[in-house]
Design a protein around this ligand. Structure first.
Ligand code: SF4
Ligand code: MG
Length: 322
């Protein structure tokens, strides 16, 4: 399989003004030197606690927030090197599904309007063709065609997320970036939406970047996992390796917090001390140093880089230095 998305040394910094008298500008380092790639047809889970930069990474890739530095290669093309018009065209191939189907759909628009919008924006001027594509898409996501004339606010959370998915799919994208797509839904509805995403992936050869804080969902859905902490990448690996043999102390603590499926396989729950430090003033060395039970001298002043440990796993931690 070939690589569909390759992210190299991505930095997304947001300027903030600090101090009332001296208006000094400092930066929130929301994403700080993050690299990963996704193969065609693969599902990569991007995990970490809230505020670790997962969503910002997704938004940076789809150009919803400005990228400060780094390289995003999509389908072999460096996005930063494209002309505006070409970039718009490529953007069509990467679509987002958002966490909150209540907030992301305009309540004053009908489903028909919501789904027609991206089609119009990308030059489908024929109304009959639009209606056909909208009807087909409603079938695909399991919604009644008659719903096209209703308003988004008339639907349940699960139905709204189906509308959100239909909107993301209507331009036949290659990559779907789903940002906590089931986190706002009732548990009983979550499995339905996740199964729908799985089915659609097969049907349309989709590649997924699946952003989630829910490790059991990620384990169920993803081929590979990338773990972020404070805007940096802590570890990447196949789902199996990450769950069976996590190498980064942060991954280990994250996993120790989820309920075990096999009670004989006893593991100790590790409780993290301290708070997540501020991304305005991150630690000089390892981002995790203040909370890591295994921290040593070097961790305080030397920033660990992602290094390959085996065919399936990379880790950024000084415990594995030569
Ligand atoms: Fe812990 Fe040091 Fe590894 Fe960071 S580099 S995770 S502080 S052991
Ligand atoms: Mg988020």
């Amino acid at each position: 399989e070939s690589t569909l998305l390759d992210v190299k040394n991505l930095k997304i910094y947001f300027p903030i003004k600090k101090g009332i008298i001296k208006k000094k500008i400092t930066y929130v380092k929301a994403v700080d030197n993050v690299s990963f790639s996704i193969k065609e047809g693969e599902t990569l889970g991007l995990v970490g606690e809230s505020g670790c930069g997962k969503s910002t990474t997704g938004r940076g890739i789809t150009q919803l927030v400005p990228v400060t530095e780094g390289e995003i290669t999509f389908g072999g093309e460096n996005l930063a090197a494209l002309k505006k018009s070409d970039l718009r065209e490529r953007r069509k191939n990467m679509q987002m599904v958002f966490q909150d189907p209540y907030a992301s759909l305009n309540p004053r628009l009908t489903v028909q309007d919501i789904l027609a919008e991206p089609l119009k924006a990308h030059g489908v001027t024929n109304k009959k063709e639009r209606t056909e594509r909208i009807n087909k898409m409603l079938d695909v996501v399991g919604l009644n065609r008659n719903y096209a004339y209703r308003y988004a606010h008339e639907f349940s959370g699960g139905q709204r997320q189906r509308i959100g998915i239909a909107r993301a799919l209507i331009l036949n994208p290659k990559l779907i970036i789903a940002d906590e797509p089931v986190a706002a839904l009732d548990v009983s509805i979550q499995a339905q939406v996740l199964n729908l995403l799985k089915d659609l992936q097969k049907e349309f050869d989709l590649t997924y970047l699946f952003i989630s804080h829910d490790l059991s969902v990620v384990r169920h859905l993803c081929d590979r996992v990338a773990v972020m902490y404070l805007g940096r990448m802590a570890e990447t690996g196949s789902t199996e390796k990450i769950f069976e043999n996590p190498l980064h102390p942060y991954t280990q603590t994250l996993l120790s917090a989820i309920p075990i499926s096999n009670p004989r396989d006893k593991k100790e729950r590790v409780i993290l001390k301290g708070d997540v430090p501020s991304p305005v003033d991150p630690p000089k060395g390892c981002a995790f140093v203040g909370r890591c039970p295994k921290a040593f001298d070097r961790c305080h002043h030397d920033r660990p880089q992602l290094q390959r440990m085996n065919e399936e796993q990379e880790v950024a931690c000084h415990l594995y230095d030569e």
